[in-house]
Design a protein around this ligand. Structure first.
Ligand code: RB5
Length: 152
């Protein structure tokens, strides 16, 4: 497993905490920026992480901004990305089990590092349930194709 991680300035400090956690857990990652707390544009970072996942450079992605909303909106524009905005562990588990989310998003201005770390742990440890959920996830791909976009 290799995680693509990225944040804008609003999520930079929390990203540093999450990277520490990934290192402790011996989970490989690549940081797609930003590299400081200087103001930047979240769409640039979200696109880089999303493309790393769809291009198979990384298995999955973690995106952080102030609220998590901007990065999740952008990531979900990329065909094949299913980004889940999660601020609790139940949502994180379900995002994987029912939606097979390949990107996790949250906001540094919404939750603390303790909860964010648990959300990451649960999301990484959870598995897609398949079955009827597979049919539904396939229909997400069908929506993309209907609008001329092709994902995985
Ligand atoms: C940056 O100020 C903030 O707008 C951004 O981090 C994010 O919350 C956008 O959705």
């Amino acid at each position: 497993m290799r995680v693509a991680i990225g944040s804008d300035h609003g999520g930079f400090m929390l990203k540093q905490e999450i990277k520490k956690f990934l290192e402790q857990e011996k989970v490989a990652y690549h940081d797609y920026g930003t590299l400081s707390q200087e103001s930047c544009d979240y769409p640039d970072i979200a696109l880089a992480v999303a493309e790393a996942v769809t291009g198979r450079d990384c298995t999955c992605g973690i995106l952080i901004c102030g609220t998590g909303i901007g990065v999740s909106i952008v990531a979900n524009k990329v065909p094949g990305i299913r980004a889940a905005l999660c601020h609790d562990t139940f949502s994180a588990r379900m995002a994987r089990a029912h939606n097979n989310a390949n990107v996790l998003a949250f906001g540094e201005r919404v939750i603390g590092s303790g909860l964010a770390t648990e959300i990451v742990r649960v999301w990484l440890d959870s598995e897609f349930a398949g079955g009827r959920h597979g049919r539904r996830v396939d229909k997400i791909g069908a929506v993309e194709r209907r609008f001329g976009r092709t994902g995985e």
